[in-house]
Design a protein around this ligand. Structure first.
Ligand code: GLU
Length: 474
């Protein structure tokens, strides 16, 4: 059975790149009827923070990327936080030591640093070998360690040979012999290094496919050597392409919002985020671009992952968001938009009314946070507009007629408009824009008839009256 994992370090918000990795893993798991696992890689004690863990989970859930096994939901192969797996790493490391594939080093960090500098000054890459450390491992040093309650670091004996990675996305990648030397797997403080913990976890969690960013490609050499040492076949690797900003540089804060949380706060819909993220380095076999989660799952396959860098284009994401905003049921839109209205100080007492407003203005907004700005005059009176002298008479008569109308009938009202224009020889291009400004305080907006019908007679009459009376100087 396919088992994949998303393995974030809880050191910050979930970013576009991480979210895309999570999404690809999720899609693949669902498509293959496998399991999607969330593993928290929190061995960086200084930078990891449970607050970030919670936020990562929140963002994943908001995107709809629910996991089958993880720190909160449990599972057979747990625990799913690396900090809770220390005995497992120790046992795996001891196994390698007992098989002569790893060794203990009783050198203090300063001594290792000295060794490193010597190698560099001699013009060698800082590649360690067991022989270099032998002089530290004296019986006396071992006693010293014991007395002081220290543990030696454990180094992995990197085999001196070529390694070949058959990556689903990158193709064949050859790592030449001698690229790296022996490396630490367990530090003297008992913490595993990233590559070691990752392999131990992927083995013990029975991960079949590793889909991750290609910034991890160079780590794969160490990981391949570790799989070999444990006599396990490595998982299938798929290193997905880097995400670049529109200027062709690696996506970063300079490009504006990059965290999922920030997009959520700006009023993006998770459907649009998921759809857009899926297209960063993956494409539909028929080139379709607007795809709901179910369609993505259905069409997803690793062989359509592209080795070329993907460009994150905020404009396209916004356009896509606009598409979803216009196509979800209006009840649903109202539920999601309410928060954004209240944030702008527009109290939504009647959801039915909000729905009506939204059906009129939603064409004009690409994000939820743009909706209140487009709808403000449905909730509050606009600033009073001065009516140009030459139109005053027409508007005065319009007010009278509007007051007289027995039922608020748009057809009748537009007959009134036409008759008045004719009578006063006023051009539509002078009249309607003024009417719009009087009613909404704007030059642009949805169709006037929709606005009038939604405002209703009372507010229509009121706003007209205020403009005519020129309630100014407030
Ligand atoms: N914790 C690593 C990261 O945040 C995970 C790398 C991997 O998927 O192996 O990038």
């Amino acid at each position: 059975m396919v088992r994949v994992r998303f393995a974030p370090s809880p050191t910050g918000y979930l970013h576009v790149g991480g979210a895309r990795t999570a999404l690809f893993n999720f899609l693949f798991a669902r498509k293959e009827k496998g399991k999607f696992i969330l593993r928290i890689e929190d061995t960086d004690l200084e930078r990891s923070n449970p607050v970030y863990e919670r936020m990562l989970m929140d963002s994943l859930k908001w995107l709809g990327l629910f996991w089958d096994e993880g720190p909160d939901v449990g599972g057979e192969k747990g625990p799913y936080r690396q900090r809770e797996r220390m005995e497992i790493y120790r046992a795996f490391a001891e196994k390698l030591v007992s098989e002569g594939k790893a060794y203990r080093v009783y050198a203090y960090p300063e001594e290792i640093e000295e060794l490193r500098e010597r190698l560099l000054s001699e013009g060698n890459p800082p590649h360690y070998s067991q022989e270099m450390f032998e002089r530290f491992n004296t019986p006396q040093r071992k006693r010293e360690y014991e007395e002081r309650g220290l543990s030696p670091a454990i180094f992995f004996k990197m085999p001196r040979k070529d390694y070949v990675l058959h990556d689903v996305v990158k193709g064949e990648v050859v790592f030449k012999e001698g690229a790296i030397g022996d490396f630490v797997i367990l530090r003297s403080n008992g913490l595993p290094t990233y590559n070691f913990a990752c392999v131990v976890d992927d083995i013990s969690m029975e991960i079949t496919h590793v889909i991750r960013g290609d910034d991890h490609l160079s780590n794969t050499l160490r990981q391949l050597a570790l799989y070999e040492a444990f006599e396990k076949a490595p998982p299938v690797f798929a290193h997905v392409s880097t995400i670049l900003g529109p200027d062709g540089k690696k996506l970063s804060k300079r490009h504006g919002a990059t965290s999922i949380e920030a997009f959520r706060e700006m009023g993006y819909l998770p459907e649009a985020m998921v759809n857009y993220l899926a297209l960063l380095g993956w494409s539909h076999p028929e080139g379709k671009e607007l795809l709901a989660m179910e369609e993505l799952i259905d069409a997803f396959s690793l062989d359509r992952l592209s080795p070329n860098p993907a460009i994150f284009d905020p404009q396209k994401l916004k356009w896509m968001n606009g598409h979803y905003m216009r196509n979800i049921p209006v009840e649903d839109l109202a539920k999601r938009a309410k928060f954004f209205f209240e944030k702008e100080g527009l109290r939504v007492e009647d959801e039915g009314y909000l729905m009506k407003v939204l059906s009129v203005v939603r064409e004009r907004a690409d994000t939820l946070s743009e909706l209140p700005k487009e709808s403000i005059y449905f909730f509050a009176d606009p600033e009073v507009e001065e009516i140009p002298e030459e139109l005053k008479g027409t508007f005065e008569e319009l007010l009278e007629e509007a007051r007289k109308l027995t039922d608020w009938n748009l057809e009748k009202l537009s007959e009134v408009f036409k008759a008045l224009l004719k009578k006063h020889s006023v051009k539509p291009k002078d009249f309607y824009p003024t009417l719009r400004r009087v009613l909404t305080g704007r030059n642009e907006g949805p169709e006037l008839v929709s606005i009038i019908s939604l405002l209703g007679r009372e507010r229509f009459v009121e706003r007209l009256a205020r403009a005519i009376e020129g309630v100014r100087g407030r």
